[in-house]
Design a protein around this ligand. Sequence first.
Ligand SMILES: NC(=O)c1ccc[n+]([C@@H]2O[C@H](COP(=O)([O-])OP(=O)(O)OC[C@H]3O[C@@H](n4cnc5c(N)ncnc54)[C@H](O)[C@@H]3O)[C@@H](O)[C@H]2O)c1
Length: 294
Amino acid sequence: MESTGKPNLSDAQNLDRSNDLYIKRTIHELFSLKGRVTVITGGARGIGLALAFAVAEAGSDVAILDILDEPHEHFALLQRGYGVKAKFYKTDITKYDVLKASFEAVVKDFGRIDGLITAAGICPDQPFLERSLEAVQRTFSINVFGSYFAAQLAAEQMVKQQADDNHAQGGSILMIASITAYQASKMQYLSDYCSSKGAILSLVRELGVELAEKRIRVNSISPGYMMTDMTLSISDTRPALAQVFVTEPPMRRMGDRSDLKGAAVYLLSDASGYVTGEDLLITGGMHAGRTHLK
Ligand SMILES: NC(=O)c1ccc[n+]([C@@H]2O[C@H](COP(=O)([O-])OP(=O)(O)OC[C@H]3O[C@@H](n4cnc5c(N)ncnc54)[C@H](O)[C@@H]3O)[C@@H](O)[C@H]2O)c1
């Protein structure tokens, strides 16, 4: 019967009233990624590599796409010791044809794509008045367009896949935004970086809505200062920033990449099955305020 938009008794009668699913679906099953395939851009090192370990520990196969020639040596551990398939594809995500070819190779090698993490990113630190068109375009090509088209290619594959005994319809996309999408960073000049991460937050909300009917969830995490090659090289060139990284967060330390692992598995797995268009801030409390300590 065509809906009139007005509530009536049959609406109430049509509600699915089975209410013991919460007993059947255990926390172990909800957080499991067993039998799934996760693609990670920028996973050759840094946050992306740590999240590769996270999803592998939860049972997922892993395909890493990165511009580097070789992934960090820890990638070999992932290939050996976790009982999952892990493969590296050298890929410049700013080149659409190259990105598309890597996604096609992943589907050929793994058979499907259930999850995507877009971790590839760069963080130039230079005053706004000195930024050139080419430099800003490069930031947006990697941080925004690369994430956008990786999500599109993953979603194209996800909508083709049928549900079976081991896989639900759809998939989950996790983007890496940043606290800098919300607030300027002390002693840093990040105009294009901040605005590129703001674009990711908007994209996540829009795709969360647009792809919901295709059963694809889209969320992000926004880390604060995390200890990676990116922040270490910033600290090396501007040592005063190393002090900022450990004194600004109320928790008075930089984030370790392990601080992001649980959130990533949560957002990729069925544990977050009713969460989409959301951003999770993981900042040692810095998004709430700055340290009270002197
Ligand atoms: N480290 C932090 O404190 C922090 C905080 C908030 C957000 N983030 C975000 O997390 C993500 C990962 O950062 P990270 O700290 O691990 O940095 P990282 O530099 O250690 O890793 C980034 C990875 O992206 C890859 N990459 C860069 N350009 C690429 C391209 N064109 N094609 C394919 N791969 C490319 C790099 O080779 C590298 O492996 C980034 O999006 C970053 O903006 C980092």
